[in-house]
Design a protein around this ligand. Structure first.
Ligand code: DX5
Ligand code: ZN
Length: 218
């Protein structure tokens, strides 16, 4: 049985106080912190990279940074993110022609490897071998690029398909996830829940974290 993990997306946080924001989430019950790295190529926006992650890691040495790499050349950043203290390196399947070698490179640097698929990529694009070697599979429930978008219900069946194929793997959902959309995600079998605006914009983030966790656990 996979366990529920809540990974607040710091994209919705006050970047000027990023380390404090991460601490606030951990205190509120978050197991992981979801760090959205965007390079202005794979997606139009630019967010943060290894130097900022290094600072956060220095402030919170035992933080689990779930690094969502929305970058055009995911091979290029493995060493930098590992040096910055990244715990999980999740690349987009659409951005690489050799996912198996990339997973190996991530493992060589002692990080967990995640494989993300955008809304238009079918779950079958993840081969059995890639799925078995990866530690986590990420089903995007919005088009990658920015926070605060509407949850795309049509992505949910992919979660169920991957859960059926990979019963022991962590399966993450990301994009538009919150109290209103968590039920379908949990029912489909996702256990790692990313939420940005739903957590950071709430008056009591810890209540939202707890609600998401309870929904996955029941
Ligand atoms: C979108 C990012 C998400 C985003 C989630 O490109 O990958 O992690 O920050 O934000 P919400 O939960 O607000 O949709
Ligand atoms: Zn993300």
């Amino acid at each position: 049985m996979v366990k529920a993990i809540i990974s607040p997306s710091v994209l919705a946080s006050d970047f000027g106080n990023l380390t404090a924001e991460c601490r606030r989430m951990i205190k509120g019950g978050a197991e992981w912190l979801h760090m959205d790295v965007m390079d202005g190529h794979f997606v139009p926006n630019i967010t943060m990279g290894a130097p900022i992650l290094t600072c956060v890691h220095k402030g919170i040495p035992d933080i689990f940074m779930d690094c969502h790499m929305m970058v055009a050349q995911p091979e290029k950043w493995v060493n930098d993110i590992a040096d910055a203290g990244g715990a999980l390196y999740c690349f987009h399947l659409e951005a690489t022609s050799d996912p198996l070698s990339l997973i190996q490179a991530i493992h060589d640097r002692k990080m967990k490897a995640g494989v993300a698929i955008s809304p238009d990529t079918p779950s079958t694009a993840i081969s059995d071998e890639v799925g078995e070697k990866a530690d986590m599979l990420l089903v995007m429930t919005v088009y990658p690029g920015r926070g605060g978008q509407k949850f795309l219900d049509r992505c949910v069946p992919k979660v169920a398909e991957l859960r059926a194929r990979f019963p022991q793997k962590d399966i993450e959902v990301d994009g538009g996830v919150g109290p209103k959309t968590i039920d379908v995600c949990a029912d489909a079998g996702s256990n790692v829940i990313v939420a940005g605006t739903a957590i950071f914009n709430a008056p009591n983030p810890e209540e939202v974290i707890q609600l998401l966790k309870n929904t996955v656990n029941t």
